[in-house]
Design a protein around this ligand. Structure first.
Ligand SMILES: *Cc1c(COP(=O)(O)O)cnc(C)c1O
Length: 386
């Protein structure tokens, strides 16, 4: 989980491996502020699940806390515990479903629980009573995702029941959009309308609303009316847009750059195939460089024969199959030396390869490209005085 795990280091700040994910904390801060400015009075709950979309859970949480985030969201209990063990003090909502024997840990570490059914709500209240701790919960309403939560059409019972629980505080109520990364927003509007219907319960009984939240990156960009009391930006915070088709109403920049170094140079003779399965060869001699990164780091094998990298400001194709630990790049007649920097995604100032492009090559979405970069790749923080 931790960003340092798996890395032999010579000293505390020298990392031996030439492959690295550089994370610019200034850019992350700018992105946070750009989103914050856009949503006005709504509270901010940056989403830090899956190692902060690959950017390093604890380091990103520290920055968010410093920037004044009202809370953060993670997916699983262990991510929440890790934040507390590393001194994060702001509220942490664990967004995912819970298992009964996890509840004492939530309470012990002061983590906010997602209550997604009446049964779970009662279980939380019981355990909180026996531990003499007041549990903090957010009620989860399913408005059309069919994953977890009480259906909008039967949510009233959950809300009613929550008022009877003596040892829990319903701090929030939320739902999740299933299709907000598209331009077409009919279903998203329907989900928002369903959520409003559920929330009428509080008005009907002259009760104060808990913190109401439903919006994520796609809808933060496209549907300001869904901001409500709080927004939950994930991907956008890291400077990546959920899809190419939606309008970029907030200007963000990619916070991470995936780099490596040339470790080998050679000439590949005509008709000499490259890599496993002998899938690539050329009818003339070419110069090539080998880079120590592969699908074992999260550089998808499915990008074989499509991927390109940046070297000295120019794009070159990855040739042959992507191996577990190495790739070969065709530089034709150009020159390169051991130790030259390669950019797998990111920008060298003028030229750029985007996370979105890698997603395209791999037949997936930008979310998976970022979360797939595994712990073997050291995370290096720029502007880490932040
Ligand atoms: C992942 C997640 C988000 C963030 O989604 P993005 O599209 O990355 O902004 C928000 N809310 C919930 C419940 C999530 O699981």
């Amino acid at each position: 989980m931790d960003q340092i795990i798996n890395h032999a280091t010579i000293s505390s700040d020298e990392i031996i491996r030439p492959t690295r994910l550089e994370i610019d904390l200034n850019i992350l801060s700018d992105n946070f502020r750009a989103i914050k400015n856009h949503v006005g009075n709504a509270k901010m709950m940056p989403i830090l699940k899956a190692n902060a979309y690959g950017h390093g859970l604890v380091r990103v949480a520290q920055l968010m806390e410093k920037l004044g985030a009202d809370s953060v969201g993670v997916a699983v209990l262990e991510e929440g515990i890790l934040l507390r063990q590393n001194g994060i003090k702001i509220p942490v909502l664990v967004l995912g479903g819970i298992w009964g024997n996890q509840i004492p840990h939530f309470l012990k570490y002061d983590l906010t629980i997602t209550a997604s059914s009446i049964e779970k709500l009662k279980q939380i209240d019981e355990i909180a009573t026996s531990m003499k701790i007041k549990a903090k919960v957010h009620l989860k309403i399913d408005t059309g995702m069919e994953r977890i939560g009480v259906h909008y059409y039967s949510a009233e019972n959950l809300l009613r029941e929550s008022l009877k629980c003596k040892n829990l505080e319903v701090e929030g109520i939320f739902s999740h959009f299933a299709n907000s990364d598209n331009k077409e927003l009919d279903y998203t509007r329907l989900q928002l309308e369903r959520f409003f219907e559920v929330l009428r319960f509080y008005e009907k009984h002259s009760l104060q609303f808990p913190i109401r939240h439903i919006s994520k990156s796609g809808s933060i960009l496209q549907m300001p009316e869904a901001n409500l009391d709080m927004v939950r930006p994930g991907l956008l915070l890291y400077g990546v847009y959920p899809s190419l088709e939606i309008s970029h109403t907030i200007e963000v920049k990619p916070a991470s750059t995936w780099k490596s170094l040339v470790v080998y140079f050679k000439v590949i003779k005509a008709n000499h195939p490259v890599g496993y399965g002998l899938t690539w060869q050329c009818d003339h001699d070419v110069r090539s460089v080998t880079i120590p990164v592969g699908y074992g780091d999260g550089y998808f094998r499915s990008m074989s024969h499509k991927a390109e990298v940046l070297l000295r400001g120019k794009r070159y194709p990855v040739i042959g199959r992507i191996s577990m630990d190495q790739i070969v790049v065709n530089i034709e007649k150009d020159s390169a030396y051991n130790g030259d920097e390669i950019i797998l995604f990111g920008s060298d100032g003028t030229n750029k390869i985007s996370v979105e492009e890698l997603a395209e090559w791999a037949g997936t979405i930008p979310y998976e490209v970022l979360t797939n970069i595994n712990t073997r790749v050291p995370r290096v923080y720029l502007n880490s005085d932040r």
